[in-house]
Design a protein around this ligand. Structure first.
Ligand SMILES: [Zn+2]
Length: 61
């Protein structure tokens, strides 16, 4: 939990659709966290710096 470099390298996301928790990572441009549900492949994109992006945990419904 040390070092600010990696502090926002990933985000914890819970997919309510399949009740699974995964980590999603920044895209190459560093503009958003992008990932998908491991079970149903539902896609999620969470923009960085759009307000509220400082949260470390999201629930996708
Ligand atoms: Zn799902």
């Amino acid at each position: 939990m040390t070092g600010s470099e990696n502090r926002k390298a990933f985000l914890g996301v819970r997919f309510d659709c399949c009740r699974v928790y995964v980590r999603i990572y920044k895209n190459k441009a560093g503009t958003a966290y992008v990932g998908h549900c491991p079970r149903c492949a539902r896609r999620v994109v969470i923009p960085i710096g759009a307000g509220g992006s400082s949260d470390r945990f999201f629930v996708v419904r």
